[in-house]
Design a protein around this ligand. Structure first.
Ligand SMILES: [Fe+2]
Ligand SMILES: [Fe+2]
Length: 133
């Protein structure tokens, strides 16, 4: 399983959001490295926790930006955030319960998030933020 790489096509054209996404990628790669180098569950759990906490604060920043912009797609975008948070929380629960499928589940979650959410929802938000400046 390859790591996740930040590439220019992931830029949404907004510095705050792009910086957040890059930090998220760094955390995801930290999790991958820990998994592939066979780090123990305590270390994996800590990184997963850090990832979840940062994800929530990132979503909060995007949601505040949408409110400031009176963004018309707010509810649909927020609904996807809520779904992603509940999915990642579910991952954490199954990880803590001792499920051994963390890596493939994390991969599926991230793939959906990165390929679907960032490239669609977050890009539209980045364009909207640019338009009002
Ligand atoms: Fe978003
Ligand atoms: Fe985002």
């Amino acid at each position: 399983m390859a790591g996740f790489k930040w590439t220019d096509d992931l830029s949404v054209g907004n510095t705050m959001i792009d910086n957040d996404h890059q930090h998220l990628f760094a955390l995801v790669n930290k999790l991958y490295e820990a998994m592939s180098s066979g780090k123990g569950n305590a270390v994996l759990g800590e990184i997963l926790d850090e990832l979840i906490t940062y994800t929530k604060s990132h979503f909060g920043r995007e949601e505040r930006l949408m409110q400031q912009l009176s963004y018309p797609e707010y509810s649909g975008h927020k609904a996807e955030h809520d779904k992603l948070v509940s999915e990642v929380s579910e991952l954490e629960r199954s990880f803590q319960a001792g499920a051994m499928t963390l890596s493939s589940k994390v991969y599926m979650f991230l793939n959906d998030w990165l390929n679907t959410h960032i490239k669609a929802r977050d890009k539209l938000l980045g364009q909207a933020a640019k338009a009002v400046r």
